[in-house]
Design a protein around this ligand. Structure first.
Ligand SMILES: [Zn+2]
Length: 363
């Protein structure tokens, strides 16, 4: 496969448009047209991981954290970021990062953590707003089915777990073409009234070009009338964090011991709670920014990492904050990406990195 084909498969799952504004997901080194046989999947891309890729004959590294994050101005090998990039380029190894876009899709990093904890009914804790648009258009009856089905095919019409969502109402459209027109119905300079369906549906903003081009391709009119509305609705399946419920409520101490065993932890940090635990909010990686939403959603526990000292006070006994470590919280992301590629990119061989890239040790 060429890298571009693999990227298309990955980005169908975690569109780059869903990454946070500070992020740098995407192809960091390598040519999208390069043909590859084997990919190595890691959480971080370090020099050791590049060495592993060379050893294992992997031409592409798919990493969760982008090794180039805030830009490079020089490339002289003075730090591990520059040395990693130099080594990758010298050895023709492509690096692709799938970071906050994978955090923000409902089948991503947090979903994997919830699965490990056995949470039921998982939903996005803080859904994203302003990423949906509404399309309204007017389609002559005999073209209605074809036009609308192709708009769905282009990615419109999804609400939560439902596809093909739309509304339509019957009406009459009118037009009169001037001498430069070439009307598909009626004649030049003739006032026409045509039976049409007003059709409306929604789509994620990043698919706009695809949706509008599908409309124009299939609609019979020379000039297609359509309106695009920005809508403020949340996207239920895209956003930060996750909230779900344990099958059975349990004491906080039992829950914490379960977390320690499932995430293979030597230690964790937490704030106490005087009630049992049933509803669990979580966020892989640095998630303290979601701690108030976790409390507002009625969670008994908020499990994440990288809480700062003063942030711990905000728990105030309303819920228990649990910090399991950044690497530890995202350790199953490699498995998540591997499982996805195994299902979707059949002719690609991939393997999970054996390098422990966690820079933090416990004593
Ligand atoms: Zn992370």
């Amino acid at each position: 496969m060429i890298i571009k084909e693999i990227i298309d498969i990955i980005e169908h799952w975690a569109p780059p448009a869903y990454q946070e504004s500070y992020d740098n997901s995407g192809l960091l080194t390598g040519n999208p047209q390069m043909s590859i046989e084997r990919a190595l999947i890691s959480l971080d891309c370090t020099e050791e991981v590049i060495d592993e890729a060379i050893r294992e004959n992997c031409q592409l590294i798919i990493a969760h954290h982008p090794i180039v994050f805030s830009g490079l101005k020089k490339l002289t090998g003075r730090n591990y970021v520059e040395r990693t990039i130099i080594k990758a380029i010298k050895n023709d190894i492509a690096i692709y990062a799938i970071h906050t876009n994978l955090d923000n899709v409902s089948s991503g990093v947090n979903h994997m953590m919830a699965e490990k904890l056995g949470l039921k009914n998982g939903r996005v804790l803080s859904p994203k707003k302003n990423i949906l648009k509404k399309l309204v258009t007017y389609i002559p009856i005999d073209h209605y089915e074809k036009v609308r089905m192709d708009i769905f095919e282009a990615g419109a019409g999804h609400i939560g777990n439902y596809s093909h969502c739309s509304f339509s109402v019957h009406g009459s459209g009118s037009f009169k073409g001037n001498e430069h027109s070439n009307p598909s119905v009626g004649k030049v300079d003739e006032l026409m009234h045509v039976e049409e369906q007003r059709f409306e549906t929604i789509y994620p903003d990043y698919l706009e070009a695809k949706v509008i081009s599908s409309l124009k391709k299939n609609h019979p009119y020379e000039e297609v009338a359509y309106d695009i509305y920005a809508i403020e609705n949340e996207h239920a399946l895209v956003g930060s964090g996750l909230i779900g419920e344990l099958e059975n409520e349990m004491e906080l101490s039992d829950f914490l011991n379960q977390v320690k065993s499932q995430f293979h932890l030597k230690a964790l940090k937490y704030t106490p709670l005087s009630r049992k635990v049933k509803r669990v909010a979580l966020c892989g990686g640095s998630g303290s920014f979601l701690r108030f939403q976790a409390a507002a959603s009625g969670a008994d526990v908020y499990l994440s990492s990288d809480f700062k000292y003063h942030e711990w006070f905000d728990a105030e006994g309303h819920l228990s904050y649990v910090d399991i470590g950044h690497y530890e919280s995202e350790q199953f992301t490699k498995e998540l990406i591997f499982n996805y590629l195994r299902k979707k990119a059949l002719s690609l061989q991939s393997q999970i990195s054996k390098v422990n890239t966690n820079p933090v040790n416990y004593l």
